[in-house]
Design a protein around this ligand. Structure first.
Ligand code: ZN
Length: 585
């Protein structure tokens, strides 16, 4: 994926991004010492913040689960974005335009799928006015309270009856290259005959946030099964990530405050037609964590709309369970239950916009819904109160620590008259995989060498000092590789270093956490002195080794000469026993 964008552009995006303010916009950070801290969003660190963000290194790191990375990595992990999406978000924040000429095989593939979808969309849209049945369908949609403007804005289309309409259209209009398996518009019979995937259906083009047509939803007109059909998933189209209508919602609202999530495509269209232009729908699947994260990256308030029947209640409960781990201070989740046998379009027809928006306003906040859900199952007996508390605590155990969570616990305590406290959880081993998978760096460096490595991380330009050659004993060892790496890179950043020395990651991070800073002005002088110290130290060690050899009588003639030489060089500092040895040799 990284091949999509030139490295220089990615570096530019990182240069323009401040990782502290980025992360702070999702998780409130507190400055302690030179770093910013918070509870870790990637593991359960109880009440003890393990998650640090360094402004200087433009890097985050969790001391508990060892999650780490730069701004791009944070968005990828925290918002489940893919690489390109993360870079795009940061580029947009920084006001940078994506480079136009992007060449790579995967990009070509991406473009081909989009182009094919656009061509198919144009065909489907044309059929809703040209095809006699398409016209009927248009009237049918209009009669259901969806406006002509909304049909146009969402580019609703029609796939005619018959097996090869789109296929033939592509064949006859020089678009043969779009007839292939990757795009997902066609299917193959057992006899290898290619036929249209969407037939005799109302077509809802599904667009990415940016408005690219990434797939289609097709709804049957007669009693055919299945009622809804979506394009198959591919590189471009992932059902669990996309939301129908999000592109239009963002396009229509400069300052978006809230989003309502409804069940079907037509619900979105009905709401838009009544000028409630902040509705989206999942693509025929249950709400996922990805969906909510995507929405929370645009708004602070999300309202889920469900039918008032049993199926709706169940869907609400499972949506809530999925969403709890993502709820943070400042984010509001609400639940709107419609009266039985009503959907948004039928209600809008009956009540109109204002009444419907009143319903949205007065929808239930998560806490009310959650309390009621649990308490309704139990009566007031002491036994039942205990059981209710247990169920409540287990439900919210998936929530990250936050003020909101604390308040939920307090409020529920009041309701059951039992003082509840969050249990301190034992961290399951699974969450720490990274620690055990990462091979620990077992190359023991002495304190002085470590401080040289640390100084070089902070002032990598000093890696060119000839003095450092002393540390580069064999090509294979860490120090040689490390110094060579710094010498060959232009302005290596800490994340780049960590990326190159994956095995030594923990060692390097621990090293830079050491508070003994050497000021950049003194760094050069410090390295030279430190190397001289190591050289001297080496000599002393060598001398000690020779002395013990001399004393136990295992010294060769050649070593004797060497020994004598070092003793003489160091004559002023010799003690009596050494002078004695010198005389004897
Ligand atoms: Zn962590």
């Amino acid at each position: 994926m990284a091949g999509f964008l030139p490295d220089s552009f990615i570096q530019r995006v990182l240069d323009e991004t401040d990782v502290v303010s980025l992360i702070d916009s999702y998780i409130p950070l507190q400055k302690k010492g030179k770093d910013h801290w918070s509870l870790c969003p990637f593991c359960e660190d109880g009440n003890n913040p393990s998650f640090s963000v360094s402004s200087q290194k433009q890097f985050y790191y969790c001391f508990r689960c060892r999650a780490s990375g730069n701004a791009i990595g944070f968005l990828m992990n925290y918002q489940s974005k893919d690489f390109l999406d993360a870079v795009e978000t940061l580029a947009a924040n920084a006001g940078l335009e994506l480079p136009k000429k992007i060449n790579s095989e995967s990009f070509e593939k991406y473009k081909k799928i989009i182009d094919a979808n656009v061509a198919a969309k144009e065909y489907f849209v044309s059929q809703i006015s040209k095809n006699p049945k398409g016209k009927k369908i248009n009237d049918y949609i209009l009669n259901r309270g969806i406006s002509a403007e909304v049909i146009e804005e969402f580019e609703i289309g029609f796939a005619p009856e018959g097996w090869t309409n789109l296929h033939d259209h592509f064949m006859n209009s020089n678009k043969k290259e779009f007839i292939n398996d990757e795009v997902g518009l066609f299917k193959k019979s057992e006899k290898n005959k290619v036929y249209d995937g969407f037939r005799n259906r109302i077509i809802f083009p599904i667009k990415s946030k940016k408005g690219h047509v990434i797939g289609f939803g097709g709804r049957v007109i007669d009693d055919e099964m299945p009622k809804y059909l979506n394009s198959p998933e591919n590189e471009v189209f992932k059902k669990g990530k996309e939301l129908y209508g999000l592109h239009e919602v963002l396009k229509n609202n400069r300052s978006l405050k809230k989003v309502i999530v409804v069940e079907g495509y037509t619900d979105v269209l009905s709401l838009f037609s009544k000028n409630i232009k902040y509705a989206v729908a999942t693509l025929g699947i249950a709400t996922s964590k990805n969906h909510l994260e995507k929405l929370f990256s645009h708004v602070d308030e999300v309202i889920f709309c469900f039918d008032g029947d049993e199926a709706g209640m169940k869907a609400a409960e499972s949506a809530m369970k999925i969403c709890l781990p993502i709820i943070r201070d400042g984010k509001i989740l609400k639940f709107l239950f419609l009266p039985n046998n009503e959907d948004p379009s039928s209600l809008l027809e009956k009540e109109g916009k204002e009444e419907f928006e009143k319903r949205i306003e007065s929808s239930r906040v998560l806490s009310d819904y959650l309390f009621e859900l649990v308490l309704n199952k139990y009566d007031d007996s002491i036994e039942n109160k205990a059981a209710a508390s247990k169920e409540f605590m287990s439900l919210i155990s998936s929530m990250p620590g936050s003020n909101y969570k604390n308040i939920l616990i307090q409020e529920f305590s009041k309701k059951v008259d039992i003082k509840l406290e969050e249990e301190v959880k034992v961290i399951p081993k699974r969450k720490q995989i990274k620690v055990s998978e990462e091979k620990e760096f077992d190359y023991e460096l002495d304190k002085v060498t470590k401080s040289i490595v640390k100084t070089l991380i902070e002032s990598p330009e000093l890696s060119h000092l000839d003095e450092l050659n002393f540390l580069m004993r064999s090509e294979e060892d860490f120090l040689s590789k490390f110094i060579n790496f710094l010498r060959t890179k232009d302005k290596p950043t800490f994340p780049m270093i960590l990326h190159a020395f994956e095995e030594q990651k923990t060692f390097l991070i621990n090293l830079t956490e050491d508070k003994n800073l050497i000021s950049p002005d003194a760094a050069k002088e410090y390295i030279i002195q430190a190397i001289n110290f190591l050289k001297r130290n080496d000599k002393v060690k060598f001398q000690d080794k020779l002395r013990s050899k001399y004393l136990d009588g295992s010294m060769t003639e050649k070593e004797k000469i060497e020994f004598k030489k070092t003793l003489l060089e160091n004559f002023d500092n010799l003690d009596e026993s050494e002078i004695q040895i010198l005389k004897e040799i």
